[in-house]
Design a protein around this ligand. Structure first.
Ligand SMILES: *Cc1c(COP(=O)(O)O)cnc(C)c1O
Length: 373
């Protein structure tokens, strides 16, 4: 069977290989059977292996979109201490919303959506809290790795260093960087990492997961549960004993994720990052030729997603551009930042430089068309 190939340039769900799509067609199985436990055991172990050593860290799986993993961490690991949340985009803001709903003692650290985090300012802020309010000092810092709002790549290594100095556990939302950009949890001092099945790991949507430092996770056992479904420790300990999720897992999505992991290991994350970057280079060169400006400076850019400033050309409309490209098999995405009108192109997923070249060609055609009117 042939499946039509669409190129998704939205920031996830990303384009998948046909082998990942077909991996979902399996005999019906009850997910409580040992055979399925083996599938989940493989997934948990191999996701860990992509960023950490399996002796130190473990992967806890949930049915749900990526936000479930972020909400699970934030609601489960902070006790009486305070959490500082770095907000430089929509996903940082979302973490603040979660902290607000769970009534966590949180401090919002606002940072520019297009320039790097000021690490000195961050350290001063942490120091001021940990001196003045000793009993409510900052115990956790949460940060987005790749802020998908703009395509800025945050310096989590720098933030991790500060956390090490003040004995703070760092939480990283690596939703749109995990398996696309090499990450080393130990080296970067990440205690909890959140990601999902449908971005750079190139699987289907429906599984979110937390990769946690086991020592840190074990210490959260005594924290009073703030929720049922998303409690991280409970999900972890149940999985450890049974190789099952506590509640019905998305069975077929997990089979696809297993195949996606096999393909990621075959390609290796280093080479996948290279492929993404070479797609991005072609995109940037094409945008330059079309005189389209980018929002984020090269040195801060992830090269996995590019925010493009909407051109001031009469006849241009994002909706029309979207439809023009969509009819030709390419899906683009609107911007999310309020201060500037942008649209976004993500070059993650099972896509290749040749396809980005074709995309640029169609983009050029569109602008050529509207110039005629
Ligand atoms: C995609 C994404 C999420 C999760 O979004 P869902 O819609 O819940 O999958 C969270 N954080 C970042 C940085 C993301 O890119």
């Amino acid at each position: 069977m042939d499946i039509k190939r669409n190129i998704l340039l939205n920031p996830g769900p990303a384009t998948t290989s046909d082998s990942v799509k077909f991996a979902q067609v399996v005999p019906d199985i009850c997910p409580r059977e040992n055979d399925f436990g083996t599938v989940m055991e493989f997934i948990s172990l191999e996701l860990t292996n992509l960023v950490a050593s399996s002796g130190k860290c473990t992967t806890v799986l949930f049915g749900g979109s990526g936000t479930a993993a972020v909400e699970s961490i934030l609601s489960s690991v902070v006790d009486n201490g305070a959490i500082l949340i770095i907000n430089n985009g929509a996903y940082g803001k979302r973490m603040c919303e979660i902290a607000e709903i769970y009534k966590l003692n949180y401090i919002e650290f606002k940072s520019s959506p297009i320039d790097g985090i000021d690490l000195n300012e961050l350290e001063n802020k942490i120091r001021s809290y940990n001196i003045n309010e000793k009993q409510y000092g900052i115990t956790h810092v949460a940060v987005i790795h790749h802020e998908t709002t703009t395509g800025i790549l945050n310096d989590i290594k720098g933030v991790g260093k500060i956390c090490r100095k003040y004995n703070i556990d760092m939480i990283v939302d690596a939703m749109s960087s995990f398996a696309g950009i090499p990450i080393n949890m130990e080296e970067m001092n990440i205690k909890y990492l959140a990601s999902s099945s449908n971005k750079c790991i190139q699987g289907m949507a429906g599984v979110s997961f937390v990769i946690a430092n086991i020592e840190a996770l074990e210490k959260t056992k005594s924290i009073k549960s703030r929720n049922l479904y998303l409690n991280l420790y409970k999900q972890y300990s149940y999985f450890k004993d049974n190789y099952q999720m506590r509640f019905t897992p998305p069975v077929q999505v997990l089979y696809a994720l297993k195949q996606a992991i096999i393909e990621a290991k075959e390609e290796t994350i280093e080479k996948r990052y290279k492929r993404y970057k070479s797609c991005c280079k072609i995109l940037w060169d094409g945008l330059d030729r079309l005189k389209l400006k980018r929002l984020v400076k090269d040195e801060n850019a992830s090269m996995l997603l590019t925010s493009i400033i909407e051109p001031n050309i009469s006849g241009y409309s994002f909706e029309e551009l979207h439809d023009y490209l969509y009819e030709r098999g390419f899906t683009i995405y609107p911007g999310k930042i309020c201060s500037t009108n942008t649209f976004r192109i993500a070059n993650i997923g099972e896509i290749y430089p040749e396809e980005i070249k074709n995309f640029i060609e169609i983009l050029r055609e569109y602008f050529h068309e509207i110039a005629k009117h």
